[in-house]
Design a protein around this ligand. Structure first.
Ligand SMILES: *Cc1c(COP(=O)(O)O)cnc(C)c1O
Length: 384
């Protein structure tokens, strides 16, 4: 990765396919028997999707266009599901025409639409979670209560659909194993209730939320998610659900961030390091980079990435605290107000390497806000 960043003459985001492959393999070894459906929005890059497809991954798609992109990798249609609970009649019909037969849902309105526009399909109902413990909670907008999930899947059966499963998403970059434990408890309760009403599921979808390891928090402290504990809780939870269910269950998971975040890095450059007197009389250093929220670092207001200044790597380098920001005329395009140590003599044009930014980077780049173009990407394969 460092060699690729060092060799880049211009700004670029680099994805390491061998790293992504190793991450995928480690996940499937941690959770035997699990089918992975990569959440495409985390990295909708054809070369990355193709590698995952070759490894046996399927795809969690959220729109007809994502479904088309997933199909183009050559995976069988059974490995693609429509994982978005939000879809118009037209979206459902398009997905059905493309051959998708598995749909996420969380409401009676959506089930009724699926019954009309994708008749005979299979549905899985997303249970709401509170997002506690996650950096991005994903609560309220998606999922329904346990009581509603029973109604929704009963309505699905009545409408000629197959009530096939349940899903959860514990929130993105979930930092606790407790959130998983609670999700499994809710799933077990709902499965038992459904079984009592004669609804036998064939799978449970554990969603996304597995953390990346390379971030710091907004104060610059390294995030240290308890991944081993999380995997233990998930293994135990799968076992318990299998025992609670009257029908055999398959397990599916839709990781996004966990598979790609730590295997993408950006080569950016210093736009300018400045010192300005603020209205309160403080003098502040600001380091403006060529990349920010609108061209590769969409999540920079939630996490901090490790920055390396390769042309200032010597031990004698003097540092000054500076607020980090992107290049656009938008005040959201910044790291918040906590300063980060940067080389005192960082000059315009100096390269900057930004690590662990492989997730939610490419899809979130604007078309060129303020004239700052989306970053091109390159793929490396460190095995080769
Ligand atoms: C975004 C998303 C994911 C992936 O979440 P991560 O936290 O990146 O793993 C999985 N499933 C659904 C339905 C999503 O919307």
């Amino acid at each position: 990765m460092r060699a690729a960043l060092a060799a880049a003459p211009e700004d670029v985001i680099v994805f390491d396919l061998a790293g992504i492959e190793a991450q995928f393999t480690a996940l499937t070894e941690e959770l035997p028997g699990l089918s992975v459906r990569f959440a495409m929005k985390a990295c909708p890059v054809d070369g990355v999707l193709l590698r995952l497809a070759e490894l046996g991954s399927g795809f969690d798609a959220a729109s007809p266009r994502e479904i088309e992109q997933a199909i183009a990798t050559g995976v069988p249609l059974e490995r693609i599901h429509y994982g978005n609970t939000i879809k118009s009649d037209r979206d459902i019909a398009a997905a059905h025409r493309l051959g998708v037969r598995d749909f996420a849902t969380d409401s009676l309105e959506d089930v009724a639409a699926i019954a009309v526009h994708a008749p005979g399909s299979r549905v899985f109902c997303r249970l709401a979670t509170d997002g506690y413990g996650a950096l991005w909670g994903l609560s309220r907008k998606f999922g329904c209560s346990a009581a509603d999930a029973v109604r929704v899947l009963e309505a699905a059966r009545q409408a000629g659909l197959t009530p096939a499963g349940l899903s959860v998403h514990v929130g993105s970059q979930q930092m606790t194993s407790e959130a998983w434990r609670r999700a499994f408890e809710t799933l077990a309760d709902v499965i038992v209730t459904l079984n009592g009403r004669g609804i036998l599921l064939d799978h449970v979808n554990l969603g996304g939320g597995l953390p990346a390891l390379g971030y710091a928090d907004r104060q610059g402290r390294r995030l240290d998610p308890p991944v081993d504990k999380i995997f233990t809780v998930i293994r135990e939870g799968m076992q318990q659900l299998g025992e609670a269910s009257e029908s055999p269950l398959r397990f599916v998971m839709e990781p996004g961030r966990h598979l790609v975040a730590d295997h993408g890095a950006i080569r950016a450059h210093v736009s300018r390091l400045t010192t300005r007197g603020q209205l309160d009389g403080e003098r502040e250093n600001w380091l403006y980079l060529s990349c920010g929220k609108f061209n590769g670092l969409y999540e920079m207001d939630g996490v901090r990435y490790r920055l390396v200044f390769p042309t200032h790597a010597g031990t004698g380098t003097e540092h000054v605290p500076a607020v980090i920001a992107g290049p656009t005329c938008d005040s959201d395009d910044a790291y918040g107000s906590d300063p980060v140590p940067v080389p005192r003599d960082a000059a315009s044009g100096d390269p900057v390497w930004i690590f662990a930014c492989g997730a939610y980077a490419t899809g979130y780049m604007t078309q060129g806000f303020n004239g700052f173009s989306p970053l091109p990407h390159t793929l490396i394969d460190e095995r080769a």
